[in-house]
Design a protein. Structure first.
Length: 277
């Protein structure tokens, strides 16, 4: 989720790396769960969050969406986020004692708080949000210890690539009509969230996600969504550009998918994907 704010107004003015010390230690949030309430739709989940949540709870995305999660449009793309319930707008995973029931596999944004990510061309740095946490007398701790994520460097690379993937997809959607925008965002939801990752360890997940990100990527120069047609079907030699409507010589209107192949395919194979409407 993008925020158009002045970094100096919401932070201490510094950028941190994983090995830097920062004032985030809050005594294990003893007696406080303020950051688990009134968060709206801001706790957006990435594919790894869902993968860990599914493994931890034993429930697939469809079941989690019935109570704990919800879908919302984020920068033009449909993504899942934690659902806030009740008049107090409390996170669905907060138990009666005011503690997180999924703490070992909590989402990345929850681990991050009250830190934020400041994205740059070749990655990101962390910054401290000064007015978000109610605990005022916080101790210093290394960023990597606060996050508690194994193989943090690999995780940071994954987060940077996912951020870049979403940005390119968002830019690519501007070249599509409304119908194709819906198809594209639903394809992202299906391939990266609804389709289970066949991984048992973090490294396996990173490998599978990297393959998917490379397969489903938007080329801003050519305007082509690589690796798949927008309807999700395979295309070995051709790559989907747009859906258009064309009129045949007899006056019938066809919905035709226009493809561009690596070798300027002239076999006519693409034309067989046309559908009469």
């Amino acid at each position: 989720m993008k925020r158009n704010v002045d970094l100096n107004e919401i932070s201490d003015g510094r950028l941190y790396s994983a090995n830097d010390m920062v004032k985030v230690e809050c005594g294990d949030c003893a007696g406080c769960s303020a950051c688990c309430q009134n968060m709206g739709t801001s706790v957006v989940l990435d594919p790894m969050d869902i993968w860990k949540m599914q493994r931890g709870t034993g429930r697939m995305l469809e079941k989690l969406l019935k109570k704990e999660l919800e879908l919302n449009v984020v920068d033009g793309i449909i993504l899942p986020n934690l659902r806030m319930n009740g008049t107090r707008e409390v996170c669905s995973f907060l138990n009666e004692e005011g503690r997180c029931s999924i703490h070992p596999y909590r989402p990345g944004i929850c681990r991050l708080f009250p830190l934020g990510r400041y994205y740059e061309k070749n990655g990101f740095h962390y910054f401290l949000q000064i007015d978000e946490c109610r605990k005022k007398s916080r101790g210093k701790m290394k960023v990597k210890k606060w996050l508690g994520i194994e193989n943090l460097k690999t995780y940071e690379t994954y987060i940077s690539r996912w951020h870049e993937f979403l940005n390119k997809s968002e830019d690519g959607m501007k070249e599509l009509d409304e119908q194709n925008q819906k198809v594209l965002t639903l394809l992202i939801l299906q391939r990266f969230y609804q389709t289970p990752f066949q991984a048992k360890e973090d490294e396996e997940f990173y490998r599978f996600n990297r393959k998917k990100s490379n397969r489903y990527r938007w080329n801003a120069r050519t305007g082509i969504w690589h690796g798949r047609r927008l309807d999700g079907s395979r295309s070995r030699s051709c790559h989907c550009r747009i859906i258009c409507k064309s009129r045949s010589s007899c006056g019938r209107i066809y919905q035709k998918r226009i493809f561009v192949s690596w070798s300027n395919c002239k076999s006519g194979r693409c034309q067989r994907s046309c559908k009469r409407i």
